[in-house]
Design a protein around this ligand. Structure first.
Ligand code: ZN
Length: 366
């Protein structure tokens, strides 16, 4: 069965203005380009085309999510504010999240694209799927967006899957270098959603994503943060999967595995300080596919989040898509020979110590 893929040109038209990376220009900050600009995503899609893989994927058309669907998680006055500002000349969802005219509709299309990817996987139209959507979603909370995210794509798609397809237990594995605080918040008291986030310790949001954030009420134990020291390479990430993520998934036994997928843990990213290579993302995908095969009929869906190296994100994305589809293309990662030779790509003792702290939390999952 095929691998599904979501993309729409409008995703690249979401305007984040002339910020200087993550700061608005001022009399002391020269205007530039916002870190979350279209280029990484567009080049990812374009490399799929050039590699020939795009022709072998099952193209899934996105749709616009409805206000009722967005209001399952977000406050109605927040939704109305984004619409009003978008209809005018744009605004800011709150922290670091500028947007332009029409971004409201594009955000609805982003959430709807993730929902369509879920539908295709759940109904068995495709084996697995990747929604290359924009704007991203994993930092958005009920009352406001933040960290370049307007609406919480993955939270809303899980809620949609439950409302439409009666899906029960869902696990999320967020490998974006930043904490998936919005996904955590969406299901913090829900024991039927296991939310796991691997991230660089206390990178963004500030003071978010610690080991002590484990859920509340009936959900205690079903939020699992794996804060990692800066400098983790493929070895540490694979170790985190083997010691934390996979044991947690096998205990939890989800019906669907979801990846909020950021490529900003890569060794070329300007906003993260990790060293994951395309080969590392390939290995993590392979491990998740094995878990999905063992636990939930292979049902695995990914929704795009961060990743800010326009040069490198496409090669990480291609590796994931090759693995999901089982089709190896002729395209080689030009960084691979250099990155594979970097020092400390293998797991280091202090990294394993941090991972083992998180592994102790797995046993509370039933
Ligand atoms: Zn990120």
């Amino acid at each position: 069965m095929a691998t599904g893929f979501v993309w729409h040109e409008l995703y690249a038209w979401h305007n984040t203005w002339n910020w200087a990376q993550v700061f608005p220009p001022s009399l002391t900050i020269q205007p530039g380009e916002h870190a979350e600009n279209p280029e990484t995503k567009r080049r990812f899609r374009n490399l799929l085309e050039v590699s020939g893989l795009l022709d072998q994927l099952s193209i899934i058309k996105p749709r616009y999510a409805t206000v009722e669907e967005i209001a399952r998680f977000h406050d109605r006055d927040y939704i109305a504010r984004i619409k009003a500002e978008s209809d005018a000349n744009g605004g800011d969802a709150s922290v670091l999240t500028p947007f332009g005219k029409g971004s409201y509709e594009i955000a609805l299309l982003s959430t709807g694209g993730t929902m369509e990817a879920f539908d295709a996987v759940i109904t068995g139209k495709v084996r697995n799927a990747y929604a290359l959507v924009r704007p991203p979603g994993h930092h958005a909370i009920a009352a406001y967006g933040m960290g370049f995210c307007l609406f919480a794509n993955v939270v809303l798609a899980i809620m949609h899957a439950r409302a439409t397809h009666k899906v029960g237990r869902v696990a999320t594995v967020d490998w974006d270098v930043h904490h998936g605080n919005g996904t955590q918040a969406g299901f913090y008291s829900d024991p039927t959603t296991l939310t796991i986030s691997l991230h660089q310790d206390n990178l963004f949001p500030p003071d978010s994503g610690g080991l002590a954030e484990r859920g509340e009420g009936a959900g205690v134990g079903y939020n699992l943060n794996v804060p990692l020291p800066p400098g983790c390479g493929d070895g540490a990430y694979v170790a985190a999967f083997e010691r934390v993520v996979l044991p947690a998934l096998y205990r939890f036994r989800p019906e669907l595995i979801v990846v909020p997928s950021g490529f900003d843990a890569s060794g070329a990213d300007p906003l993260g300080r990790m060293m994951v290579s395309s080969e590392g993302y390939r290995k993590m995908t392979r491990l998740l596919m094995k878990a999905a095969d063992d636990l939930c009929g292979g049902r695995l869906v990914m929704s795009h989040e961060g990743g800010y190296s326009a040069m490198y994100v496409p090669y990480c994305g291609l590796a994931v898509m090759e693995e999901l589809s089982g089709i190896r293309t002729h395209v080689e990662d030009p960084w691979a020979p250099l990155m594979a030779n970097w020092g400390q790509m293998e797991a280091q003792p202090h990294q394993l110590a941090a991972i083992d702290q998180a592994s102790k939390l797995v046993e509370s999952i039933r």
